[in-house]
Design a protein around this ligand. Structure first.
Ligand SMILES: C[S@@+](CC[C@H](N)C(=O)[O-])C[C@H]1O[C@@H](n2cnc3c(N)ncnc32)[C@H](O)[C@@H]1O
Length: 124
């Protein structure tokens, strides 16, 4: 039986020291998948989006100009701090960060119109 709290602590400890590196990583900051996402979403000024396992926030940063709000959600506090700082730096005032695990998303059903996740699903 997996102890989910222990697992989440291990993952969080793994990612916290790497938050700045993920923000600056060219591999994570670029990619045809991000371009496809932008094309698929289009302009959705009334939509609320969730970026699950946001890491350094590269999907969040691309979604924010397209939608009403983006919730950047992650287990790692350090990742969320980086996303909040970088969102401010980019003038993206519609990004909110939220700490938690994918397995226990504390939002009511149907809270989101768009859900994306990138390089994270394999951890859950
Ligand atoms: C490689 S990074 C994500 C990269 C990012 N999505 C991007 O586009 O650049 C993987 C992220 O998944 C998060 N993560 C791992 N397990 C998680 C879980 N159970 N719930 C929420 N986030 C989780 C980690 O904290 C880490 O920030």
């Amino acid at each position: 039986m997996i102890n989910i709290d222990k697992h989440n602590t291990i993952v969080s400890n793994q990612f916290n020291p790497r938050a700045d590196a993920y923000l600056k990583s060219a591999v994570h900051a670029n990619g045809e998948d991000l371009e496809q996402m932008v094309r698929l979403v289009g302009r959705r000024p009334d939509a609320v989006a969730l970026d699950m396992g946001c890491g350094g926030g590269h999907a969040t940063f691309r979604l924010a100009p397209l939608v009403k709000n983006v919730m950047a959600y992650d287990l790692s506090e350090a990742m969320l701090a980086v996303v909040a700082d970088e969102s401010s730096r980019r003038g993206l005032g519609n990004v909110v960060t939220k700490l938690g695990s994918a397995e226990s998303l504390s939002c009511p059903s149907a809270s989101f119109d768009i859900v994306v996740s990138r390089y994270s699903v394999h951890h859950w």
